[in-house]
Write a protein that binds this ligand. Structure first.
Ligand SMILES: *[C@@H]1O[C@H](CO)[C@@H](O)[C@H](O)[C@H]1NC(C)=O
Ligand SMILES: *[C@@H]1O[C@H](CO)[C@@H](O)[C@H](O)[C@H]1NC(C)=O
Length: 314
């Protein structure tokens, strides 16, 4: 306990002599905040829109020091930097912010780079507990820009085309909605009688619109919208045509294909058999000649062997 604190308690005790005040004084003696700096904020997590003002509050609940030292630091990606230092706005916020009594900071025109943690630090030299700090998270919402959409120009009935939509600027990350002929497609078609026969699925997180089996009715104009709390943006609509299956064409193509395969296989078989028969004849000659030679040689050897064996046996 410091000298001042002890002295203050002694004077309080002296004043407390009359028994009437005893209860009140006992209570006062136990107030620990008399010589302590204590900070408070109205919001530890602050959301702001880009290009709009935002205030980070650093309220001083208790302080004895007349001119406390106030500092603000910005911590982004773990790296701290000063934004209020020696009674001046500094760094990133220079010319864009003000200090408002007692220690609030007002950003006049927030940008996406202001998304960070901010720490208000107050040093009160004359207080017993002479330092306090408070950490505030600021997140600046960014309106999505026009998403990039990919819609196939033409698909065939029964195939599974996928339409894609992507936006990278918006913060927080946007969710996606798809429109067909200017009508929003419900995320789950099975829940809407009008779309009961549709076979698509929408992923609002990835922006994908995928058909399981595309139908004639699915042809038309498509566009996608990317939206978050700050706003939304959409791509221009694009036409997707859905063609019937051309059965005759497919049959002709497959018959043509089968004929082509037969012709090719027939040719291969014909050519291969010619090559094989040539090779076979040649090989037969070789083996025949060798066989003859071998026969002679083995004949001799066998004869010798036989004779030898025979003589041995005899
Ligand atoms: C905020 O800043 C943006 C970009 O720097 C600028 O276009 C806009 O006019 C500013 N808004 C205000 C209210 O100062
Ligand atoms: C869905 O398909 C069934 C059977 O083909 C048909 O009777 C019904 O009218 C269709 N509903 C819609 C909304 O297209």
């Amino acid at each position: 306990m410091s000298v001042e604190m002890a002295r203050s308690r002694r004077t309080t005790s002296a004043l407390c002599a009359p028994s009437l005040w005893l209860v009140v004084c006992a209570f006062m003696l136990h107030i620990p905040s008399a010589l302590t700096v204590i900070l408070r904020t109205t919001d530890k997590i602050v959301w702001a829109n880009e290009f709009e003002p935002v205030e980070l509050t650093c309220l001083i609940e208790s302080i004895s020091t007349k001119n406390p030292r106030i500092e603000w630091k910005k911590i982004r990606n773990g790296i701290p930097s000063y934004v209020y230092f020696q009674k001046k706005i500094a760094g990133d916020l220079e010319n864009r912010a003000q200090l408002r009594e007692p220690a609030n900071i007002v950003i006049l025109n927030a940008t996406r780079e202001d998304t960070a943690e901010y720490r208000c630090e107050v040093a009160a030299i004359d207080d017993q507990r002479d330092f306090d700090e408070i950490l505030i998270s600021l997140a600046v919402r960014v309106i999505p820009v026009m998403p990039r959409c990919s819609v196939p120009e033409a698909v065939t009935v029964g195939t599974s085309p996928e339409l894609r939509c992507l936006e990278n600027e918006g913060f927080p990350a946007p969710s996606y909605r798809w429109f067909h002929n200017n009508e929003e497609l419900p995320q789950d078609p099975k829940n809407t009688p009008k779309f009961i026969n549709a076979t698509y699925t929408i992923n609002p997180v990835t922006g994908s619109l995928k058909f399981r089996r595309v139908r004639k009715e699915d042809a038309g104009e498509y566009y996608c919208q990317a939206m978050n709390d700050a706003g939304h943006a959409q791509c221009p609509s694009q036409w997707m045509e859905v063609y019937d299956v051309d059965v005759l064409n497919i049959v002709l193509k497959s018959v043509g294909g089968v004929i082509a395969v037969i012709v090719v296989l027939g040719c291969i078989w014909h050519c291969a058999s010619r090559v094989l028969s040539n090779k076979k004849g040649h090989n037969e000659n070789e083996f025949g000649w060798q066989g003859q030679n071998d026969g002679v040689e083995y004949g001799d050897a066998d004869e010798g062997h036989f004779r030898h064996k025979s003589s041995f046996v005899i």
